[in-house]
Design a protein around this ligand. Structure first.
Ligand SMILES: Nc1ncnc2c1ncn2[C@@H]1O[C@H](COP(=O)(O)OP(=O)(O)OP(=O)(O)O)[C@@H](O)[C@H]1O
Ligand SMILES: [Mg+2]
Length: 518
């Protein structure tokens, strides 16, 4: 007898329908599995056999042949277990094969027949809906995540027996209905910009970064607040849209990082990989392919603390995703694409001892120079804002000193500035939604400086020896400064401030070769 069960296989944060066709016949016990099943899927035979035993279904004296299609796509992971078990039960006549039609089954089986949660349920169900499949059964521990998907009737089950009885109509399975976090989040974070004392320049740079989508580099002594500032970037970004929240949740789900009970992620992510992170850890890889830090930080902040400690190859690997906003990870017969559009914040000390520019510095000048020379290359080209932080002033640390603006107030300005950019993009004036990604033609249309600004730019370009690329960056940042102010055109003050936010050009300028920046 034959039966077919449906399930879903993950490819990146996408999925595809997998048909599990099962044929059973009498004969010496055998269990064949065809259709590019990887080791983890082949192991399913052991789990399924044990789980079926709990239902008093013995596979001895049976020849079970399972074919998973499409046959040319690798099948990996343990999410196919339940479909496999139900396909077998259908083929054995223990479940009516007709009840398996049009319902996707997801879940790993424990040896005792329990349904274990699997990763990628949210993107898998989103695919099911797109493909017109409207019914699904998932493990109860995936309920919160499954509740975030609309348009599919999802039932939850705790055991294989639940699934069997549910399909037979002998036990009512509960619909997945857990109130997930609402998209956009509460806007309340544990951290707030108000906690940062002093550091007005850095707070301003953080606001500009958030407003225009510009990557930011902070150079400053230990304890100046670099890590503290970076952690607060997500708190001043606009609240996530439903679409963004779904995408971010899907990435975390595929990575297996959604805890049981976690529904739609509401807050923008903050990821701070250690500098010993591998290339695969940073941009994605492994088998099965999982998203890396750059994708986990999608729509949020990727913080590279101690930038110079990261391996060259690691930093180099960020170049493509930062350029394209996506990362494609290819392995034999498997190509996964993950979104990867974080805001990058990098931090470093100004010299090996950390105190260049102050009397405490113990580094000989040539060590400072060679340390700074390592600060170049492809990543730096993609960082529009580069600032130096002074040590925090003692007076600012006094509890009597006024605290800075809270995140919610800053976020309001960021939202306004982003609305101006979005309006230009939707009217077709420019091709990018954020100033940081404006192309050359876009720049000419919306960021061309007025006469006074042009003079400032020319003078600075000569003094600093600005490259054409740096020129473009200054104008992109100047455009964001104008947007933060609600100005239509780019004027001299915008250009001057944008130039001031390019620390490294100033450090490298011929006239400043011997100067110290602290
Ligand atoms: N501007 C600030 N306002 C309030 N507290 C601050 C500020 N800067 C630093 N601190 C305090 O000092 C601690 C260390 O700050 P933080 O870790 O952000 O420094 P850092 O610049 O990242 O240093 P490092 O170079 O050692 O990584 C913070 O936890 C905070 O308590
Ligand atoms: Mg730090």
């Amino acid at each position: 007898m034959q039966a077919t069960a449906l399930t879903l296989g993950l490819v990146g944060i996408d999925a595809h329908l997998v048909s599990v066709e099962v044929d059973s016949g009498r004969g010496p016990s055998a269990f064949h599995l065809v259709g590019l099943a990887e080791a983890a899927v082949r192991e399913a035979r052991v789990r399924v056999r044990a789980a079926l035993k709990q239902l008093e279904v013995e596979l001895d004296e049976h020849v079970i042949t399972v074919s998973m299609s499409p046959a040319d796509v690798r099948k990996t992971g343990s999410a196919f277990d339940v479909a496999l078990a139900l396909g077998i039960l259908g083929a054995l006549g223990r479940v009516d094969p007709a009840t398996l039609a049009g319902v996707v089954l997801l879940g790993e089986l424990g040896l005792g027949g329990q349904l274990r949660p699997v990763r990628g349920v949210l993107p898998a169900l989103a695919t099911a809906r797109r493909l017109g499949v409207t019914r699904a059964i998932v493990p109860v521990d995936n309920e919160a995540e499954a509740s975030a998907v609309t348009g599919v009737d999802v039932l939850v089950a705790s055991t294989l027996e639940d699934v069997v009885l549910g399909l037979r109509g002998e036990r009512a399975l509960r619909p997945a209905k857990m109130p997930g976090a609402s998209a956009g989040g509460s806007g309340c974070f544990a951290a707030d910009l108000a906690e940062i004392r002093g550091q007005h320049g850095a707070r301003r740079a953080l606001e500009i970064a958030a407003a225009g989508g510009h990557n930011l580099l902070m150079m400053g002594p230990p304890g100046a607040g670099k890590t503290m500032l970076a952690r607060r970037l997500p708190t001043i970004l606009p609240l996530m849209t439903q679409e963004e929240a779904l995408e971010v949740t899907a990435i975390h789900s595929v990575a297996g990082l959604l805890g049981a009970g976690a529904g739609l992620l509401a807050d923008r992510p903050f990821r701070a990989p250690h500098h010993t992170v591998s290339v695969a850890g940073l941009v994605g890889g492994g088998s099965p392919v999982r998203p890396g830090e750059v994708s986990l930080a999608h729509c949020g902040c990727l913080f590279l603390d101690e930038l110079l400690e990261f391996g060259r190859a690691t930093v180099e690997a960020l170049r493509q995703p930062l350029e394209d906003g996506i990362i494609a990870v290819s392995r034999a017969r498997e190509r996964a694409v993950f979104p990867a559009r974080p805001l990058v914040v990098a931090a470093l000390n100004p010299c090996p001892c950390g105190y260049a520019g102050t009397l405490r510095c113990t580094c000989p000048p040539d060590r400072v120079r060679s340390y700074r020379q390592r600060l170049s290359g492809p990543l730096l080209d993609r960082i529009d804002l580069q600032i130096a932080l002074p040590p925090v002033e003692i007076a600012d640390l006094s509890f009597a000193a006024a605290t800075g603006e809270p995140s919610a107030v800053v976020r309001e300005r960021v939202v306004q500035a982003r609305a101006a950019q979005a309006a230009r993009a939707s009217s077709g004036e420019v091709g990018a939604r954020l100033n940081a990604t404006l192309g050359a033609a876009d720049l000419a249309r919306v960021a061309s400086p007025d006469a006074a600004a042009e003079r400032v730019l020319r003078t600075a370009a000569e003094a600093l020896g600005l490259s054409a690329r740096a020129f473009g960056k200054v104008l992109r940042v100047a455009r964001t400064l104008a947007d933060l102010e609600g100005a239509t055109g780019v004027g001299a003050p915008h250009v001057a401030e944008a130039l001031h936010l390019r620390l490294l050009d100033r450090v490298r300028a011929p006239a400043a070769q011997n100067a110290t920046v602290g």
